[in-house]
Design a protein around this ligand. Structure first.
Ligand code: GRF
Length: 206
């Protein structure tokens, strides 16, 4: 996927979609600046939330940051078509979802087939699927008395949290854990796992 442009080799262009704090985005930016993600560059951050701190992180890092307001579009598909237009204008090669709270529609999946990754805060295939986000995941893990949880990076397909897993990291679950404590323990691992998994994924594309 390396492109030759005017005689120069350019790297993989990454866009990140995020709805919230964007701590994973922060970890990805840091990793790409310190070459832990090789031959790739985060060129665009898109959010569906105007106040997402992820947009601020992007601007502070000198990365184009765009907000798309869902209410301006007639359907989820229309909304995604506009996102795709922006991704194309920026010559995006791969898309990383990082705390993106929308389900991507078919046109999006078809435009970037096998090129969209997501990070999920459980050991998939357990504790994934509709309704399994945020504290719901960690509460379910604790209720099920699991001794282990973690995070997974996976390809995004039509099946929610069901695409091929490209990387996982484990953490212990302790009897006294609250969902918040477990979430924080997992988030730390996410910040290591996502850059590593993306780097490997990009190497495999070559
Ligand atoms: C992470 O726990 C991630 O696994 C999930 O959403 C959260 C995003 O956190 N998909 P942040 O916005 O990257 O801090």
């Amino acid at each position: 996927m390396l492109r030759e442009t005017d005689g120069f080799k350019t790297g993989i262009k990454i866009a990140v979609l995020a709805s919230g704090n964007g701590s994973n985005l922060g970890a990805l930016i840091e990793a790409s600046n310190s070459s832990k993600i090789n031959n790739a560059e985060i060129i665009l951050v898109i959010s569906d939330r105007e106040q997402a701190y992820a947009l601020t992180r992007a601007k502070e890092a000198g990365i184009s940051a765009l907000y798309f307001r869902r209410s301006l579009f007639n359907s989820d598909e229309d909304y995604d078509l506009n996102i795709i237009k922006s991704l194309r204008e920026h010559n995006t090669d791969i898309v990383l979802l990082a705390g993106y709270m929308r389900i991507v529609t078919r046109p999006f999946l078809e435009s970037y087939e096998n090129r969209i990754l997501n990070i999920h805060p459980s050991l998939l295939p357990e504790f994934g699927g509709r309704g399994m986000y945020g504290m719901n995941v960690h509460r379910a893990v604790i209720d099920a008395k699991k001794e282990q949880s973690g995070c997974s990076v996976h390809l995004v397909t039509e099946e929610i949290d069901g695409g091929r897993i490209v990387g996982q990291a484990c953490v212990p679950v302790f009897p006294e854990d609250t969902p918040e404590i477990l979430a924080a323990r997992i988030l730390k691992e996410e910040h290591k796992l996502y850059p590593t998994a993306v780097n490997r994924f990009i190497e495999d594309l070559r």
